[in-house]
Design a protein around this ligand. Structure first.
Ligand SMILES: *Cc1c(COP(=O)(O)O)cnc(C)c1O
Length: 469
């Protein structure tokens, strides 16, 4: 009964908000926006609560991805109605400056006019062919010319799939089984990677997920991030057995953690010496730290790279790529099987192509660096003025902070952050109209649509909240 009433109440809400014939979503948002700026109505989440309560009867935890449920910060998760530029509007008409950016893809701002126009044109020709299309070549060429180590690329539908494919390929290419990953790094939810993983796994404090067979993780070796001694010991203990090291070249999934410069050069060296591959998981950092990703930013050349998030421009896309001799092992060029019904579909390719075109414009990354620097310094200064232990940083359009004096070089350090203070900060910021990732263990993102005024407004809000928590 509960689920039936859940469905019908969701439907009635839906038919209310999407009676679109004359009042388009855009119009509704404009109306809502105007209403807010005139009345400045009190912050309530009544409709969010109603919809989310119905959702809990329909989907596990009310969501389709765990961190969205606000478990670690507590309080009512927010149900959204529309997004545009740097802003989001929830179903109660509250407006937020957004620093989640759909977890990264929205780097040029939400619902960009040019991307939307291109999507509409593509849509008219159909959403999926299940056969080759020219747009795949276009995005593939863009990715190959952008990312230094990629000579060939395979498109998939998510970052998870990209990392699964890259690991299978590393194992196929080297004929070895074992992989080294770092504590607090997240490489999607495939079995082999659910060992000391970051993101929602860290947020929910799950050590390992039930349902993952021991056999699937027995070849996954782990080390603290930035700890080359442990990596060396693993190579000594498992000589000629290690297929690859996979890592986030800047960690975003246990909060924002940067690599020590000597750490990246050391993992490059040690993999080369031992006949193992180096996989950069750039699902988050690709096209975010630089147009060519972390590898361009740090001047490193991994053997394989995984991508996702930004290259789909808000549609589901992932990719893995690398040296031609390795990529030619992938079916049907070679024997390593990997496939996808919707992979490379024209809609997703279009969103990726037009997002990357915008990012290619001169000055994009300087702009991201400037506003993100202003934001993080504003937050850190405000925190210190209010007497909080706080540390953090940014690279281009990616940032993060912890409620600890730091330094934070790995997941153990990150866990010293005062997460209950973060929860209070998060809630306070929502009330001030700022949407931050609902977990201490996630990085934040800015976009080309964020203005200096957005940043100012955010820093003022942070100052206010930090003073009272
Ligand atoms: C988001 C993310 C993934 C997983 O991508 P999905 O599209 O959520 O499957 C993998 N690796 C990193 C570094 C990520 O940030």
């Amino acid at each position: 009964m509960a689920s039936v009433s859940g469905v019908s109440s969701s439907l009635s809400l839906l038919s209310f908000s999407s009676k679109p014939s004359r009042l388009s979503t855009r119009r509704v948002s404009t109306v809502v926006r105007n209403a807010i700026s005139v009345e400045k109505k009190p912050f309530t989440l009544e409709k969010s609560e109603e919809i989310f309560n119905a959702a809990k009867e329909l989907m596990p935890g009310g969501v389709n991805s765990p961190v969205r449920a606000f478990k670690s910060v507590g309080g009512q998760p927010i149900v959204f109605d529309s997004v545009k530029g740097s802003r989001m509007w929830d179903v109660d008409g509250n407006e937020y400056i957004d620093y989640v950016g759909s977890w990264g893809p929205a780097i040029i701002g939400h619902a960009d006019d040019k991307v939307n126009a291109a999507l509409i044109e593509t849509l008219k020709k159909g959403t999926s062919f299940g056969a080759p299309c020219l747009l795949e070549n276009v995005l593939a060429e863009m990715v190959i010319s952008a990312v230094p180590s990629i000579e060939m690329v395979r498109f998939v539908n998510s970052g998870t799939e990209a990392c699964m494919g890259a690991l299978r390929l590393a194992r196929a290419f080297t004929g070895r089984q074992k992989v080294i990953k770092f504590e607090g790094c997240y490489h999607g939810h495939a079995d082999s990677f659910l060992v000391k993983a970051g993101s929602g796994v860290a947020t929910l404090g799950l050590p390992d997920s039930p349902g993952v067979p021991k056999a699937a993780t027995s070849d996954t070796l782990t080390s603290p991030y930035n700890d080359i001694e442990t990596v060396k010991n693993l190579f000594d203990a498992h000589k000629d057995e290690i297929a690859a090291i996979i890592l986030e070249p800047v960690v975003g999934n246990s909060g924002f953690i940067t690599p020590k410069p000597e750490f990246l050069t050391a993992v490059r060296e040690i993999t080369k010496q031992n006949g193992a591959l180096l996989i950069f998981d750039e699902v988050m950092t690709g096209f975010r730290l630089a147009y060519g990703g972390a590898q361009e930013y740090f001047g490193m050349t991994p053997d394989l790279t995984t991508l996702g998030k930004i290259i789909g421009g808000g549609l589901p896309v992932g990719a893995y790529g690398g040296r031609r001799e390795i990529m030619e092992m992938v079916a049907p060029a070679g024997p390593m099987y990997q496939a996808g019904t919707l992979s490379g579909n024209p809609l997703a390719m279009t969103a990726g192509i037009h997002t990357l075109r915008r990012l290619m414009e001169p000055g994009s990354y300087d702009y991201l660096d400037k506003i993100t620097g202003e934001l993080i310094h504003g937050i850190l200064d405000a925190g210190k003025r209010s007497g909080h232990e706080i540390c953090g940083g940014h690279i281009r359009g990616m940032f993060g902070f912890f409620f600890t004096n730091g330094p934070v070089n790995n997941f153990e350090d990150a866990k010293k952050s005062d997460t209950s203070k973060f929860a209070k900060f998060h809630r306070g910021m929502l009330e001030e109209g700022v949407y931050l990732a609902p977990s201490q263990y996630e990085a934040g993102f800015t976009s080309l649509a964020h203005t200096s005024k957005d940043i100012e407004q955010t820093v003022v809000a942070a100052e206010k909240v930090l003073r009272r928590i």
